[in-house]
Write a protein that binds this ligand. Structure first.
Ligand code: URA
Length: 428
């Protein structure tokens, strides 16, 4: 739809001076930027003005609608099962999509997990899945719908015509230090999820050092904003606020996180990963209106069967050995006591330095890179005991990773009792 034209400088000035943009200004600026008519430097200035001055709820709603309208909205009505998806705001060791999608499929829903790649210290689901030999992240809308109907779960890349405005804006936010803005994160996530066509959505809003939202109140505001945007677009949405002050599980990286996910699907795995997988699955099953017990389905092995079907349907070999690192190194404890804290951001950054993530979008990741936590908060350690096992194919990366980990672990006399991983639930 052709939009009434505006001068970009007037839109920037309105926001710079603390005003609210009109619906027409929002529609125009998103459309004109997507088409290349608004220059990168102009959008950069507008993003910084939004970052500093915020947006009103009507502005956020309109910005989200305009981003959805910049591309196609998928129609999943032919899938024949209720569709429900999960989205995490991004964390360290967050491999939950891998066990969760097949688990919820085994409960009877269809899970259309359109996923992204890692940038910075947070990992990307597609990078992890690509450590499986032969696995293909690129599916057409027709293949995705067919797989959802047959297998019940798909993890794949979002096509370029799904919320293209977000694709451009996200890349610009990343290089202009404007990512951590509640209106921008809410609009970015919800435009993609609404365009994806899911009936229902569960959001995992991370709180803590390894998350974009460092404190509970900001995370709560982000969660409420997204739940309201979902409701306004007919997508039943629930958000869980979950702890990201320490890494999730023991594995951080690509292949190591696939291996840990397989442990969960086989009935084992670290307690926090299992707890969060089941908490999210329970919400998803409820929103889908299904009568299934995710814990019972996980224990039955049916989720593992769905995983194998999901991987095979996309050309992956579920039995192929995962890539092993060419070099490993161990970081040890300097004193004896109990681990009282572990900084998720430092651990995520160390895994990134080892080659698990990329510094620029076009960089390749190392599938075998990452690290294993050998102790977590609450564990007793002696001086010299292993804290981390580092994995990389390029050993010159060890020094930078070890530097990130200096001071990441605190050791004291007693560790405080840790609350459960789910801190709060925000429902629509
Ligand atoms: N994930 C997204 O998709 N967008 C954001 O802005 C932040 C996290």
């Amino acid at each position: 739809m052709a939009q009434q034209g505006f001068a970009a400088v007037d839109v920037i000035r309105a926001k710079r001076d603390g005003g609210a943009l009109t619906d027409e200004q929002v529609d125009w600026v998103i459309d004109a930027y997507t088409r290349g008519e608004v220059a990168e430097e102009q959008m950069s200035a507008l993003l910084m003005a939004i970052f500093l001055n915020g947006m009103t709820p009507p502005e956020i709603a309109r910005w989200t609608s305009a981003m959805i309208g910049s591309g196609i909205r998928l129609d999943l009505s032919t899938v024949g099962r209720p569709t429900v998806d999960k989205h995490s705001t991004g964390g360290v060791g967050d491999k939950i999509s891998l066990p969760l999608a097949p688990l919820v499929a085994a409960c009877g829903a269809a899970v259309p997990q359109l996923s992204g790649r890692g940038l910075g210290h947070t990992g990307g689901t597609l990078d992890k899945m690509e450590s499986i030999a032969g696995w293909n992240p690129l599916l057409s809308a027709t293949s995705m719908t067919a797989q959802l109907a047959q297998v019940g779960a798909v993890i794949c890349a979002a096509s370029a015509d799904l919320a293209p405005a977000d694709r451009k804006l996200y890349a610009l936010r990343d290089v202009t230090s404007t990512v951590e803005s509640i209106p921008m994160i809410a609009a970015s996530i919800m435009s993609k999820k609404i365009a994806e066509g899911t009936d229902a959505l569960v959001l995992d809003v991370k709180v803590g050092s390894g998350a974009f939202m460092k404190d509970r109140e900001s995370a709560r505001r982000l969660a409420r904003t997204m739940v309201e945007l979902g409701a306004a677009h007919g997508v039943s949405t629930t958000a869980l606020l979950t702890d990201m002050s320490v890494p999730l599980g023991l594995a951080v990286g690509n292949a190591v996180e696939v291996a840990e996910s397989l442990e969960v699907l086989a009935g084992g795995g670290p307690a926090d990963v299992v707890e969060l997988t089941l908490a999210l699955a329970t919400e998803m099953v409820a929103l889908a209106g299904l009568d299934a017990d995710p814990a019972e389905v996980l224990a039955s092995g049916r989720a593992m069967d769905r995983w194998r079907a999901m991987v095979s349907a996309q050309g992956g070999d579920p039995d192929a050995p995962l890539p092993a690192p060419k070099h490993t190194r161990v970081v040890t404890a300097e004193s004896s006591g109990v681990v009282t804290g572990m900084d998720a951001l430092a651990v995520g950054t160390a895994a990134w330095r080892l080659g698990a993530g990329r510094a620029r979008k076009e960089d390749a990741v190392q599938y075998a890179a990452g690290l294993l936590c050998r102790a977590k908060p609450g564990d007793a350690v002696n001086a010299g005991d292993p804290l981390f096992e580092l994995h990389t194919d390029t050993p010159e990366r060890f020094d930078a990773a070890i530097a990130e980990l200096a001071g990441a672990v605190t050791i004291g006399a007693t560790a405080a009792e840790r609350p459960g991983i789910v801190l709060e639930t925000v429902r629509g």
